[in-house]
Design a protein around this ligand. Sequence first.
Ligand code: PGA
Length: 261
Amino acid sequence: MEVVILADEAAIGVLVADAVAALVRRRPAAVLGVATGSTPLPVYRELVRRARDGLAPDWSGVTFFTLDEYVGLPAGSAASYRSTIARELTDPLGIDPAQVHGPDPDPDRLPDAGERYEREIHEAGGVDLQLLGIGADGHLAFNEPGSSLVSRTRIKTLTARTRADNARFFGSADGVPRHVLTQGLGTIGEAGHLVLVAVGEGKSAAVAAAVEGPVSAGCPASVMQLHGHATVLLDPAAAAGLERVAYYREVWEGKPDWQGI
Ligand code: PGA
């Protein structure tokens, strides 16, 4: 696992946007796994800025898959992850909604929603690059502590902590749905490149457990240690709980520019 500590979220946004743009230039039919929440926003802002400045790669052949979705929201809710990713990324990039996939929270079709989503990802050829945030409780997508490390897309129940953390999108923790559909840890692990971003002191304990702790369902994000190409991008506050900071910095400073992440 590569750990990169940069000055702030803007610098992280630039580096991740570079990696995404390089992927799309290399592979015009790339499959991009996108995350919601606050953490990926600097990446999306940077990608949208480049598109406005005429610096964007050609997005017309790219397919997008979201990580997870709330269950029980009214259809078309602005808080749904489908709406969020359209608002923050794919609409500003001018992407056809048909190129964007998400787990289907239709209450009449829930029993096989996970299986259907797995099939869609498989038929698209799998995810090339998956953007990830991390929950303060160590969750990855909405795989809460205790999730099987080989889990597939399915319904999960959010912890009280996650509902409190996401209350800002719903006015109160009580307004946050209890249930979600989420890609499993096994599903996420099949992506070609995992790119996890974390900023702020509130993530430092979860980051330390995920990066330097044991691989354990107790910290779902620790499953990234089993992946052959995983990059963790942090600001100094999110890196504050790590023991090997000096080494991570030395590795990054010595890395040739052409390698990217
Ligand atoms: P955040 O959420 O980016 O809004 O902090 C991350 C997550 O819950 O995975």
